[in-house]
Structures are given as C-alpha cells and as structure tokens.
Write a protein that binds this ligand. Structure first.
Ligand code: NCD
Length: 465
C-alpha cells in the first residue's frame, strides 16, 4: 500500500485498510524507534501550529527527527505574515516550496483543506478549529486496538465537550467505520453536533437512539447517556433493545471511556453565555468503581483540566499517557507513508474502498455561503469559492466542503429559465414542488431572497413554499 503524495485532512481521507496499514507500520517502528533515522533523511517537515499545542507538535517533530528528517517551525500567528493579512493559500504555496510535508494546526475549520489544496506537498491536519483532528484519532484507535485487539463490537463512551471537541468528531467517524457502538455522554449543552450525527447515520449507515432527560433512568443512573449510536456491522442489539435490557447491556461493561476537556477557547469565541464548569461531568475513582467500568480503558487526548481526576493516574485502566507516547510511532508511520519513504502492508489494495457516499456538488460559487462564522471559506472569501455537497433535497441540505457544517437554504431557481429572458428568471421556495422539477445540473440555490434578487431573479409564485 502506498500513500505517497497524499494528504490527511479528515478521517475520510483514509480507508479502513489504509488505517490498518499505518498501524502495522507503526508497530514495527515502535519496536525500533531508534533505528529509523535513515527513513526520511534529507526531507523537511514544516510544522505550523497557530493554536496552543504541546503533545501534537512535539510528537510530530519528534517523529520527523526520529525518521532522520528535519523540521522548520512556526508557532505564533503573530510572528508570521498571516498577521500582515497574508492568505492561508499564499502561505501554503510558499511553505510548500520550502518543505516536503506540512503539518498545520489552525483555529479556522477547513483551513487544513485549503493548505492541502494549495501547498503542492502532502499536508497533515493537526486540528482545524472544532472540525477534525485525524492523527489524534489514529493514535486513539491504535491504543484501543493494542489494548483490546479489535475495535469492532466494542462499546466506547465519548465524554464531555462533544460539540467543540474536534478529537471526538474524528474519533466518532472512525469508530462508526470500524463497527464500534458509541455512547454519547456530553456535558450539558455540549452534545455532538447535528451535522456529525447526520454523517454518522447517513454515510456510515448506523442508527442513533437519543435519550431525553426524562429517559435517563433507562441507563440505570450509571451515567446519563444522551444517545447511543450502533453501526450496521454490529447486531442492532442496543438500538432494538427494550429499556431494561439496555441497562443490563451497559452493566456488562463499557470498553473505553474517552474523556475530553471543555473547549473553552472555542466556546468563548462563539460567545456562549454561562458557565458550564460546575455541571461538567468528571471521571474519578468513584465512577470507575461501578461494575460497568470494571475493565474500561480510560482515555483522554490531553490536556486535562478538571474532568479527569489525578487519583486515576496509577490505575491500570488509565491509558492517556500511553496514548500520548504512541503518538510518536503512529506519526512516524504516517509521515513516512505520505512522503513515499515507506510502503505499508495491508494485504489489500483498497483505494476504491474509500468511505462515504458521493453526493452531488453545488459549486456555482454564488447564491449560498457557509453559515459557520469560523469556517475558512467565510474568513478567506476573497479567493475561496463557497462549495457544498447536496446531501438532501427534502429538506434542502448543503454541507460545506471545508468545515462540513450544514446549511438549509430556502430558495432555488433553475439555470434553464424560459427563453433565457430576465423576466422569466424566477426563484421559488426550496420546499415547493419546484424543487423536484429542476434538474440537478440546473439547480441554483439562494440562502436569501435578497441574494436571489441581487442576481436578477424575481419571486416566483411559489417563493413562499
Ligand atoms: C486536543 C486538541 O488539540 O484538540 N489535544 C491534543 O491534540 N492532544 C484536545 C484538547 O485540546 O482538548
């Protein structure tokens, strides 16, 4: 298996077999960390970290140094030309001419994709705002697999800030694809975003069962689950089960609990009122005394704040320092594969088995903008053309190709207006019968009437739906 020249921006960029290929190479490298110094000799990695980081940056840099390569680094946006107003695209082009591979962490969702689009060298997303953090997921999965031998059929609880935590988004997609059951235990108000759920259910075909506060007793008070996701590859026992047996099922044990901190920086940037600190769920000795958690791996991407008690550090179930340590061989494997310095053995050639459904694109570049203020396409609109995947026609739902947030535009028109005269350029409500009449290749989408009118369209009879 060769990954030469490829980038890793989201978990979708790797098939399951490719993930396994990274793991098998990482296994070999972990056994001989000190003997890899000729693998990437003469290569340069640029590490651009425009958000705080200890582990991710240093483990990437340690990985490249162990491979015999060299590293150039920028860690402060204020010390780069981005602070002078340079675009991410220009920066990517320039850095791509200095380095053979780029690792980027940036606060805007979708920024890593822009770097990958312009750099001309492989790019690894080390965290783009609240979107994804795929290499963290690789080392998380690697840890689960090392400890449990498999991922399929495991029950993994995602705990804490599931809304802004990018590590849980990437991990949820990967767990779904590898056939694990996911238990969601968010802090109040910080549940897994709808667009992530929609991708899990629509793309990976699983089922989500939600719990209201009133049903919390169903889980036997063990821990207040918000939802359970069951993939199609596991028997649908949890989703189909009567409430009582759900409790029994949970008592049989949870395989891993993945704790995350409150992503204060993103919550503050979104100007969310209130203080959730007091209600934030804590994993401590008392919780882990429950039979459910008897053999549970306690995981955390780190850094921890108050959500994971220090008293657990010596507990053999605690995995977080092992996770961090495993980041080095996993990243060594990934870097050497993307640089083409290594091939991995998967036994299968599965480029064709990439995950995800292919949706039609909406790429006219006008009519709709991404509604996510933190999306790179909104912040760098000078050169980034908004682009979406049409993931549903009823209701009309578009997914931004950069940040993957969804938008639900209200108006549509056809590019094939009668006789091409201005007078017959009409827009209609996206939930009117017109939606079905317009051929997909002719579809023009507007997020507001003023946008439609500014393009010379007049309200049609069905503009109101
Ligand atoms: C995570 C991140 O940056 O998203 N940290 C990491 O990479 N190990 C998690 C976090 O910051 O909470």
């Amino acid at each position: 298996m060769s990954l030469a020249g490829r980038s890793l921006v989201t978990m979708d960029d790797l098939s399951n077999d490719e993930v396994e290929g990274v793991f098998s190479l990482a296994d070999g490298m972990a056994d001989s960390l000190g003997e890899q110094s000729s693998v990437c000799q003469g290569k340069i990695m640029a590490s651009l970290f425009f958000e705080p980081s200890t582990r991710t940056r240093m483990s990437f840099e340690a990985a490249m140094l162990r491979l015999g390569g060299r590293v150039i680094t920028a860690v402060d946006i204020g010390a780069t030309s981005l602070a002078k107003g340079e675009s991410i695209a220009d920066m990517a082009r320039v850095v791509g001419s200095y380095a053979d591979i780029i690792v980027i962490r940036h606060p805007w969702e979708g920024s890593a994709k822009v770097v990958a689009d312009y750099a001309g060298v492989p790019v690894i997303n080390a965290g783009d705002g609240g979107h994804e953090h795929p290499t963290q997921t690789l080392l998380d999965l690697y840890t689960i697999k090392k400890e449990r031998k498999t991922i399929k059929g495991l029950k993994v609880a995602l705990w804490g800030d599931l809304k802004y935590g990018r590590t849980v988004h990437s991990l949820a997609y990967a767990l779904a694809r590898f056939g694990a059951t996911i238990l969601f235990r968010p802090a109040p108000g910080l549940g897994i975003p709808d667009h992530v759920v929609r991708k899990l259910t629509a793309e990976y075909g699983g089922e989500l069962r939600r719990y209201g506060t009133a049903d919390q007793s169903e889980t036997g008070g063990l821990f207040s689950l918000d939802a359970i996701y069951v993939t199609p590859s596991t028997p649908h026992q949890l989703a189909m089960m009567a409430d009582v047996s759900l409790q029994v099922e949970l008592e049989k044990g949870v395989d891993a609990i993945y704790v995350t901190r409150l992503q204060r920086e993103r919550r503050d940037a979104a100007k969310v009122e209130g203080d959730t600190r007091r209600e934030y769920p804590v994993v401590d000795k008392r919780l882990l005394r429950e039979r459910t958690f008897k053999e549970t791996l306690v995981m955390h991407p780190l850094p921890r704040v108050d959500e994971l008690a220090y008293e657990l550090d010596a507990d053999p179930r605690s995995m977080y320092f092992k996770q961090a340590a495993r980041g080095v061989p996993v990243r060594m494997a990934l870097i050497s594969l993307l640089l083409g310095s290594k091939k991995a053995d998967t036994g299968r050639d599965d480029r064709s088995r990439k995950p995800g459904t292919s949706h039609p694109a909406y790429n006219r570049g006008f009519g709709v903008r991404c509604q996510n203020r933190n999306c790179v396409s909104v912040n760098e609109e000078k050169y980034i053309k908004p682009e979406f995947k049409i993931i549903s026609l009823k209701p009309l739902t578009l997914r931004c190709i950069y940040c993957e947030h969804e938008t639900f535009p209200k108006y549509v028109a056809s590019a094939e207006w009668h006789e091409g005269t201005l007078k017959s350029k009409r827009y209609h409500s996206s939930d009117s019968h017109w939606m079905k009449k317009i051929r997909p290749e002719n579809l023009i989408i507007f997020d507001s009437e003023s946008e439609a009118q500014s393009r010379g369209f007049l309200p049609g009879k069905y503009a109101e739906g």
